[in-house]
Design a protein around this ligand. Structure first.
Ligand code: 26Q
Length: 824
């Protein structure tokens, strides 16, 4: 009977419409006659979810039966964006749903547009996690993600009339989330505070008691692979009070005390911290980190125990990837479990731990390296602090043995940084507690080895340190965001996208078509229509009219000094001033340019916010200037998101990735632009370098000083400063125009301008002239449209390396030692 009643994935239009209507009637309890687009989206999503669940269950069953080694991706951020379109693509049901929805009186476009982004991340690191989940499932790898179910994702960005960034909460769960499955039966208790008492019975054990206990409850998000049954899981934890509220206080009339515990437990997963690249010792952030790692490890251990193997075999069945240092507490937490609960000796426990974890570093910026104050750790996690001290003691003893008497080295390598207060260096803990350490692009991985972890490379040997260059999923970042280009590729290569989307190096077969004029025309036509689609989007959302006969020049990323949006806006001002001085005759030779910016600034990042303000106010002046507005316009698009990126990226002719050399670990949007045939203007940094290696240096626009020069230039700035007027007159002129009030509010921008005039840590004055020269080369190249389109085709054709399928397979083979599992 069971077998007869089990449902399969719907594949025909009539079962799809039936399931849709069924969800309207029952799950939504609504009538067909007043069903709006939102209702249609919800019904479509629920019916797609039914299909996903069929595959998800079979995948889980297969993993349980075969018990293969699994990998777990621990990330505090998963920047998923929208799900419906991706689920339909991966299930191979896009056409059927489009037809079904149409029969019921809706258009797929309107329906898709109702979905809110799941924005549980800040930027690159969180989006990378989302791409890796897509690739793991698509490659049929047994990989689960673990994260937090924030009630509020990254804030919504508003721009005030003065051009200031304002933040509003992102209540993404308000309309219900059809893509998650609450698992109220899967929960774990997590302890905070209390006391840790060593047993002193000859074992390393201790007892941790008292304090506060909160409950972690699981919510599962289905992760479908592309054209496979494999549907993996992303498990997100929500915090709940262990008991609803304190009935004693309630009965005594103290209502506030009664709900206090409840509030403080719920607060743990209430909001995503909107900071990236800064470390600051906030207790709630540390609570989030422990809550999540403790629940995830408890869940992983329970699953491992079900296989019935000895605990010493744990690393043969489990690999855990640490996405930056945010989950590093998993290392002392696993030690605590193995020692205090499993009763293992220290050496056995440490061996298990160091064979289980893998650590990926995402930044070498010193201000981004996580450190936690010892007093805070001692208060919140007393047992973990003991364990960290024990790890440190044994580690330093082994260092001392290798380098007797080298006290400087011991101080440098200690997990504890001396100071007031003392702080725990999480990157060092992650490094010594892991089997392998990697960076996210060739240059970055070299910098990890030669700067922040230099001593550790010397001590542990270089073979522990590797590189996995980041990647992006071609499903979302080509097929979904650029359907016309995807169709052209399939048609031309005569290969179904089911094949090339999973074997992206096949794009190389496009190379000969650079010489095919008809193909180039089609290629250019698609770019043009994508520009019009973006213009339409801006028109309907912001009411602004954009010149689609211009070159589209795009910089979209988090606002940060090291990413140098300031260099870009100063370059725009330079262009504006140049145009103002041109004769009508000279102007005729100028190709029009539209410059787009988008990105959020951390709410407390004053200089980044000033940069936004400057961009918005420069736009206001430039776009209204009749002398120049046909040749140059500028837009800051508010509230950058995954969904906005999906419209912007396919429309770009040129995109900017202009970080100071050696500061951008990889960058991943550079890959997205190039995959969509946009050319790259950038510094010799991060993955830009490897992109240029693939597509050829003649197809990218490089400028600026190289990494080895940076240290020396900074030294010059500090000890032999040269006034900007002397060093870079063009830049000095631009700065003076801003100071002089050309864009209003003269005094407002001084703190921003002073970062360049004094110190100039990110070397804008060193790179400005070569930046302007590179922009001129872009202009020049764009005039020859035939050659430009050839560059564009070549760029797309050579992007195969940057598929996240390649990246995830490198993790699977070289690090995790896991194998694909076919679900039949
Ligand atoms: C740390 C401590 C406290 C609060 C917040 C943080 C925090 C949060 C997020 C620190 C860093 C981040 C995010 C970093 C990030 O996105 N890094 C980017 O990772 C990408 C994927 O590897 C790279 O492509 C980018 O170059 C890198 O900047």
């Amino acid at each position: 009977v069971w077998k007869d009643c089990m449902r399969d994935v719907d594949t025909d239009v009539s079962s799809i419409t039936k399931s849709f209507v069924n969800h309207v009637q029952t799950s939504l309890a609504r009538q067909p006659y007043n069903l709006d687009n939102l209702g249609a989206y919800q019904a479509a999503a629920l019916s797609v979810r039914d299909n996903l669940l069929v595959n998800w269950n079979e995948t889980a069953l297969q993993y349980t039966r075969k018990a293969p080694k699994r990998a777990y991706y621990l990330s505090l951020e998963f920047l998923m964006g929208r799900t419906l379109d991706n689920a339909l693509l991966n299930l191979g049901l896009k056409d059927q749903y489009a037809e079904g929805v149409k029969k019921l009186g809706f258009t797929m476009e309107d329906v898709l547009d109702q979905e809110r982004d799941a924005a549980l991340g800040n930027g690159g690191l969180g989006r990378l996690a989302a791409c890796y989940l897509d690739s793991s499932a698509s490659q049929e790898l047994p990989v689960w993600g673990y994260g937090l179910r924030y009630k509020y994702g990254i804030f919504q960005q508003l721009i005030s009339p003065a051009g200031e960034q304002l933040e509003a909460p992102d209540p993404w769960l308000d309309n219900q989330n059809p893509w998650e499955l609450p698992r109220l039966d899967v929960s774990y208790e997590v302890r905070f505070y209390g006391h840790a008492e060593r047993m002193n019975d000859g074992t390393p054990r201790a007892m941790w008691t008292g304090g506060q206990e909160v409950l972690a409850v699981a919510y599962d998000v289905m992760i479908p692979g592309c054209y496979t049954k494999t549907t993996n899981n992303l498990r997100l934890w929500e915090s709940k009070p262990k008991r609803g509220f304190d009935l004693n206080s309630f009965n005594a009339g103290n209502y506030e005390a009664a709900v206090e515990a409840s509030n403080s437990a719920a607060a743990i997963t209430s909001v995503l911290y909107p900071n990236d690249h800064t470390s600051f010792g906030k207790e709630l952030r540390l609570k989030q980190q422990y809550f999540w790692t403790a629940a995830s490890l408890a869940d992983i251990l329970r699953r491992f125990k079900n296989i019935g193997k000895s605990i010493t075999e744990f690393p043969d069945y489990v690999a855990i990837q640490l996405n930056d240092t945010h989950p590093t507490l998993a290392i002392p937490e696993l030690m605590r479990i193995l020692i205090d609960e499993e009763d293992l000796d220290w050496a056995t426990a440490w061996k298990i731990v160091t064979n289980t974890f893998f650590y990926t570093n995402h930044t070498v910026l010193p201000e981004a390296l996580e450190k936690w104050p010892v007093p805070l750790l001692e208060h919140l996690l007393p047992r973990h602090l003991q364990i960290i001290y024990d790890i440190n003691l044994l580690f330093l003893q082994s260092v001392e043995k290798k380098y007797p008497g080298d006290r400087d080295r011991l101080a440098r390598m200690s997990l504890i940084e001396e100071g007031f207060p003392k702080q725990v260096r999480m990157a060092y803990l992650a490094c010594i507690g892991s089997r392998k350490v990697n960076g996210v692009a060739e240059l970055h991985s070299e910098l990890v080895k030669t700067t922040i972890l230099k001593d550790f490379v010397e001590f542990e040997g270089v073979s522990k340190f590797g590189n996995v260059t980041n990647g992006i999923t071609p499903r979302r970042w080509l097929d979904q965001c650029n359907p016309e280009l995807s169709a052209l590729i399939s048609r031309t290569l005569k290969v179904d996208k089911a094949v090339w989307l999973k074997e992206l190096t096949l794009l190389e077969k496009l190379l000969p078509l650079t010489e095919d004029a008809a193909f180039r025309t089609e290629w250019a036509g698609i770019k043009q229509r994508n520009k019009e689609r973006l213009a339409h989007h801006v028109q309907t959302t912001l009411g602004l009219t954009i010149n689609t006969n211009a070159m589209f020049d795009v910089q979209i990323k988090r606002l940060h000094e090291y990413k140098r949006q300031t260099l870009n806006i100063l370059g725009v001002i330079h262009r504006y001033l140049t145009l103002k001085n041109m004769s009508a005759e000279e102007k005729k030779k100028v190709n029009p340019r539209v410059v787009f910016f988008a990105g959020k600034a951390a709410p407390a990042y004053y200089i980044a916010k000033l940069t936004i303000r400057l961009i918005v106010n420069v736009a206001r002046i430039i776009n209204a200037d009749p002398d120049t507005k046909d040749l140059l316009s500028l837009y800051f698009l508010p509230d950058y998101s995954v969904s906005l990126a999906e419209v912007l990226i396919p429309a770009s002719d040129i995109s900017q990735h202009i970080s100071t050399a050696g500061t951008e670990a990889s960058g991943t949007s550079n890959m997205k632009f190039c995959l969509n045939g946009g050319l790259l203007l950038g510094t010799v940094d991060g993955a830009n370098i490897e992109i240029a290696e693939e597509v050829g240096e003649s197809n990218v626009f490089f400028f600026g000083h190289l990494t080895p020069a940076v240290e020396d230039l900074r030294y010059q700035h500090t000890y032999h400063p040269v006034p900007i007027e002397e060093k870079c007159p063009a830049l000095a002129n631009v700065l003076n125009q801003v100071s002089g009030g050309l864009f209003g509010d003269a005094h407002v921008y001084e703190p921003l301008l002073n970062t360049i005039r004094q110190g100039d840590y990110y070397l804008l004055s060193d790179d400005f002239d070569s930046y302007i020269a590179a922009l001129a080369m872009v202009d020049e190249a764009y005039l020859d449209q035939t050659e430009w389109v050839k560059k564009s085709i070549r760029t797309t054709a050579k992007m195969g390396k940057f598929s996240s399928d390649r990246a995830i397979n490198e993790y699977a083979e070289s690090y995790w030692n896991i194998e694909a599992q076919r679900v039949v």
